[in-house]
Design a protein around this ligand. Structure first.
Ligand code: MLT
Length: 280
């Protein structure tokens, strides 16, 4: 845990100095370890960072990060996560990077783009969406957050060990179910509840996409029920310079169900972003 409210920033791979770094933002309710499979398949010259978002892994709690970035500690918010990522990167001397996030990590990547656009040389949106929750989804999140806090256990989100996988891998990949369960088990109920409340209040950020002219990547699992293919297609069409990768036999956690296409898409995104910056 960091003492100053900055996030735990994990260097998953040290690359060649001067090449465009990659920052990977994890999904709910896990931590930076979900990116290890993808990192293994990325080209060696790239430095790859993955923070633990507030309240996950070894990062400080949401309220502590809020205080560190000058936000209201009483208000869980995706923007506290985004500001925490930006402050942590700057503290580590990272002023420009490709920022990519999966699901909740995508909501945070969009917050960074909105509030710290100078940091974003390229954007990866993986199994995620730009829209806000409707009232029913928001109410479900608050109910789940209350249960997590009341029970002081993370059992209420255990079902995600299978629901994040596609229908193929729920059956074919018991090893993956077990790994995800281990990651979920390592999180604290307060951090998980805080993130649910933060996601409940996130704004619609669809308007950012047509204005982002830098290289971008949209990835979606063909069997993703939580952020489905039609949502990904819309995001890719709205982004002026995007690649769209639809991953067969994969659900919501493409990073671990099918890490190879995710790594290939990110690798291409890094090259495109570096070339675009060099052309300036
Ligand atoms: C995730 O995978 O991060 C979650 O499905 C995000 C969400 O609950 O909206």
């Amino acid at each position: 845990m960091t003492a100053d409210g900055m996030l735990a920033l994990h260097t998953l791979r040290k690359g060649i100095p001067g090449t465009m770094p990659l920052v990977l933002l994890h999904a709910f309710p896990v931590d930076h370890r979900m990116w290890l499979d993808v990192t293994d398949l990325l080209p060696g010259e790239r430095t790859v960072y993955a923070p633990d978002l507030p309240g996950f892994g070894t990062s400080p709690s949401g309220p502590d990060v809020a205080e560190a970035v000058g936000a209201d500690p009483e208000q869980p918010s995706i923007d506290v996560m985004g500001d925490g990522v930006a402050a942590t990167l700057r503290r580590a001397g990272i002023e420009r990077a490709v920022i990519a996030g999966l699901s909740m990590g995508g909501y945070v990547a969009l917050s960074v783009l909105d509030r710290h656009p100078d940091l974003v040389a390229g954007l990866g949106l993986i199994d995620t969406k730009t829209t806000a929750d409707d009232d029913a989804a928001r109410a479900k999140r608050y109910e789940l957050a209350d249960t997590l806090v009341a029970e002081q256990r993370v059992d209420a989100v255990f079902s995600m060990r299978t629901s994040v996988l596609g229908r193929t891998n729920r059956i074919a990949r018991p090893d993956l179910v077990e790994r995800i369960e281990g990651w979920i088990n390592d999180q604290g109920p307060s951090g998980v509840a805080w993130a649910q409340r933060a996601m409940a209040t996130r704004p619609d950020r669809s308007h950012l996409l047509p204005a982002f002219t830098r290289p971008s990547l949209v990835v979606v699992g063909e069997e993703d029920d939580l952020a489905p293919v039609d949502v990904a297609r819309k995001m890719a069409y709205a982004l002026p310079d995007s690649d769209l990768w639809i991953v067969p036999r994969s659900g919501h956690l493409t990073s671990n169900e099918s890490p190879q296409p995710v790594a290939s898409g990110l690798s291409r995104l890094l090259r495109r972003a570096q070339l675009a910056d060099q052309a300036d």
